[in-house]
Design a binder for this molecule. Structure first.
Ligand SMILES: Nc1ncnc2c1ncn2[C@@H]1O[C@H](COP(=O)(O)OP(=O)(O)OP(=O)(O)O)[C@@H](O)[C@H]1O
Length: 782
């Protein structure tokens, strides 16, 4: 028997032993959970039987309270244990299928015998709870596996560095509890294994990379100490994958003090949210809070405006007539409003507002002004000018609530209240009667004074009517933010100081027109909320301790300042790729990835240049599209060269694409995406192809996708990948403006195995720097 076969048998034997340990642990847990469930049901059913309720005197009341509290604590303790057992069962059942993926033999300095360390998604102890049979991949010792090849190695622990010699590094593929493959590895984590993983078909859900995390990705996952971790990584370099592994790592490292509720991820679109949502559960962790920045903005702005989203802004820019005055002004406005100069302008405006110019709304009731905007303004500016706007605003709230109480009293004698009381339903009447009884401690016998009853009813009726008014005061809706944001442009538009951008007046006029129309453009959303927070008091979220921002190249310096203010207690992991900056404000401008924005703060920057998603051929082709692309290193996985087809009519483009889709499906590719430039183009192409094949059109609010043929605009494909990508009309007419270059790059880099570009006429200039040997050019003249 060869050495290889012997090793195989030994490992297979061990897997079987581990499976038996897992099964026996599962059995005993199942018994415990069953007993606990019974206990919980019994406790719930007999909760009140075991509580002694006696409300005769204060001692009896406190005894009753104690008895209820004890009973509730007992129940909640049982429920907690039940949840824990349930979680352990789930983890064990996952381990049963695939107990571990790696093994290292490590001889610690000073020791005589090396330790065999098996790594899995969770740790497992032997039956006596003495020895680790499996180590959690996040344990300190496990980092040896990701950071070193056999030879000298070390890892960090709380007590310092542990040095030693790695004698063996082995990888396993175990499926349904059976050993399928085993590799002893050298320099990197199993090229063979990685190659196998990467050559699989794409999925509509992202997968965990736990078994094949690369050294530089491990650095991202385990980075500690710095407040901001910035990751610049080329397309497909595993930024999102590493970020999700990092969430799981942090939850493990800080278990007990950090939970998934303390972590938040800002992602680029709803589709991406669902795409990545299975990774953490696969690792046995709960998902963190996940949202898009757009969702956050819309929630904050509420019904104050019709809010334009980032994608509509993009669609406007991509479909507008270039060089039109409107276009140029809008573009200049977008860029300026993303900058810290604009934030400074708002800050100066706020200083001014401290002295004069705040705008308020009348407080009205049934069409009558109770407190006018002028009265509110006078009251505000009568307060001590040394107090901040926010604290004076709080005083205004107190004053207004007092005014409302006075008005409320006056209102009780009005005719409408008497009419309302007469129309009151018997149920309502009874409710009020009971409430009054409770409030006044009257008994039925003494409550015989009709007039007093009427007065009390009137009080309740008016109170009900005033409730929304009181609430609107408490939530500061008397501040007229919309007018103040408008004023910012009205007051400054004729100012021609050098600090303003070119065509400032045009920018102001465009903004004023939109605001008067009730629309808030995307570029105005963050500044508007910033202004709101400065005047009303910041709505900071101190719950969030770690914020992840993916596609960080899409966020502006203004937005960074906003995030810092919004999440004051949060560390941030900021991931993106400068070459994928597709929004007008982020192209050739500083973004969240620019370290110079962080000044004296603690920042760590990691750059990833190895790309894993696409075949070597696709990377060789796409790296020529962007500047600095020569730095991008392909992973050594071979495939066919991308093809570039120049066609003469859209009818022939349609025909060749249909043929290609058929060929791709026959070759076993399950997800084929036709990527267009805009949503408008996607819809047109969808109409053309829909009668011929089953195809799904993806829109900005699409939140899931199934395998099959999909059609979507490039900006919605961000962060996602497909087996094969077909670029619809990659012609120079369609893609030639410099700010479309990155969009073109995003579209092409979504392909894992095959990439085909179709162009009506001459191909886009963006492939001019791509080596002509990296693709096959075909001219189709039909
Ligand atoms: N260490 C790894 N092991 C296995 N697969 C990996 C690894 N790193 C990345 N991948 C795979 O490469 C692909 C791209 O990864 P991911 O989406 O995380 O990259 P990204 O840098 O966020 O890409 P983009 O910026 O283009 O959206 C995914 O299929 C991912 O599973």
């Amino acid at each position: 028997m060869t050495e290889k076969n012997k090793n195989w048998i030994v490992e297979e034997e061990r897997i079987n032993q581990i499976k038996n340990v897992i099964l026996s642990k599962m059995e005993s847990l199942k018994g415990n959970t069953g007993d606990l469930k019974g206990d919980i049901i019994d406790l719930r059913n007999t909760f009140w039987d075991d509580v002694k309720v006696n409300l005769d005197g204060s001692d009896e009341i406190s005894e009753t309270y104690l008895s209820i509290k004890q009973q509730a604590e007992l129940l909640s303790e049982r429920e907690r244990s039940h949840r824990l057992f349930h979680k352990q069962l789930k983890t064990l059942s996952r381990l049963k299928d695939s107990p571990y993926f790696g093994r290292i033999d490590f001889l610690e300095e000073g020791e005589k015998v090396s330790e065999q360390i098996y790594l899995g998604i969770s740790s497992l102890m032997d039956e006596n709870d003495e020895q680790f049979l499996i180590y959690d991949w996040r344990a300190p010792i496990s980092s040896l596996y990701y950071d070193f090849s056999p030879g000298k190695a070390h890892y960090e622990t709380m007590d310092g560095t542990v040095e030693g010699e790695m004698e063996l590094k082995r990888q396993f593929i175990v499926r349904q509890g059976n050993l399928k493959a085993m590799f002893d590895t050298g320099v990197t984590i199993g090229d063979d294994l990685l190659k196998e993983v990467l050559s699989n078909q794409s999925d509509n859900q992202m997968k965990s990379i736990v078994a094949t995390i690369q050294k530089e990705q491990n650095q991202i996952i385990r980075s500690e100490g710095k407040y901001y971790l910035i990751v610049q990584g080329s397309a497909g370099s595993g930024k999102t994958s590493a970020a999700l592994q990092r969430v799981a790592y942090l939850l493990y490292r800080y278990r007990g003090t950090l939970s998934s509720d303390n972590i938040m991820l800002f992602s680029p679109n709803p589709l991406f949210n669902s795409y990545v949502s299975t990774v953490l559960p696969e690792l046995g962790e709960e998902n963190m809070e996940q949202t898009t920045f757009q969702e956050y903005l819309v929630n904050r702005i509420g019904d104050k405006f019709t809010v334009e989203d980032a994608f509509s802004q993009m669609e406007f820019l991509l479909t507008s007539q270039e060089q039109s005055r409107e276009f140029e002004t809008r573009l200049a406005g977008i860029r300026y409003k993303a900058s810290l100069e604009f934030k400074d302008l708002i800050d100066k405006y706020i200083e001014l507002l401290s002295e004069e110019g705040l705008r308020f709304r009348d407080l009205r009731f049934k069409g009558r002004v109770l407190v006018s905007s002028v009265e509110i303004s006078n009251y505000f500016y009568s307060l001590n000018k040394n107090s901040s706007i926010q604290s004076r605003m709080m005083d205004v709230v107190d004053w207004l609530l007092k005014e409302l109480r006075t008005e409320e009293k006056k209102e009780q004698n009005k005719d409408w209240v008497i009419e309302e009381a007469e129309l009151m339903s018997p149920e309502d009447h009874l409710k009020i009667y009971k409430k009054l009884q409770k409030q006044t401690r009257f008994t039925e016998d003494t409550f015989d004074d009709f007039e007093r009853e009427q007065r009390l009813i009137a009080k309740v009726i008016v109170k009900r009517y005033f409730k929304p008014l009181n609430e609107s005061v408490k939530s500061l809706r008397f501040i007229d933010l919309e007018s103040m944001y408008l004023d910012l442009f009205v007051q400054n538009k004729d100012n021609d100081s050098a600090t303003y951008p070119q065509d400032w007046k045009g920018i102001c006029n465009q903004t004023i027109n939109r605001l008067k129309d009730g629309t808030l453009a995307f570029e105005d959303t963050t500044p508007f909320i910033y202004l709101q927070d400065q005047l009303e008091g910041q709505k900071s979220n101190t719950m969030i301790r770690h914020l992840f921002i993916d596609e960080a190249q899409d966020y502006s310096p203004f937005q960074l300042a906003f995030f810092k203010q919004l999440f004051p207690k949060s560390r941030m992991t900021i991931l993106g790729d400068v070459n994928q900056a597709i929004f007008a404000h982020s192209i050739s401008s500083p973004t969240l990835l620019s370290t110079e924005l962080y000044k004296d703060e603690k920042v760590e920057k990691i750059t990833l240049t190895q790309s894993y998603r696409s075949t070597k051929e696709i990377i060789e082709f796409t790296k020529g599209i962007v500047s600095g692309g020569e730095e991008i290193k392909p992973f050594n996985r071979a495939g066919s060269k991308p093809t570039v087809l120049e066609l003469e009519s859209s009818a022939s483009m349609r025909e060749v694409i249909l043929d290609k889709i058929k060929a791709l499906k026959d070759a076993g590719h399950e997800t084929v995406a036709i990527i267009c430039k805009t949503a408008t183009e996607s819809e047109e192409v969808y109409k053309e192809l829909n009668s011929e094949i089953t195809i799904k059109l993806m829109k900005k609010n699409t939140s899931t996708f199934d395998k099959g043929v999909l059609i979507l605009p490039a900006y919605l494909a961000k962060g996602i990948e497909f087996d094969a990508v077909l670029i619809w009309d990659a012609s120079d007419t369609n893609y030639h403006k410099e700010y479309e270059r990155n969009l073109f790059y995003v579209a092409c880099t979504r392909a894992m195995h095959e990439l085909h570009l179709y162009s009506l006429g001459k191909m886009s200039r963006f492939i001019a720097n791509t080596s002509t040997t990296s693709y096959d050019l075909v001219e189709v003249r039909v």
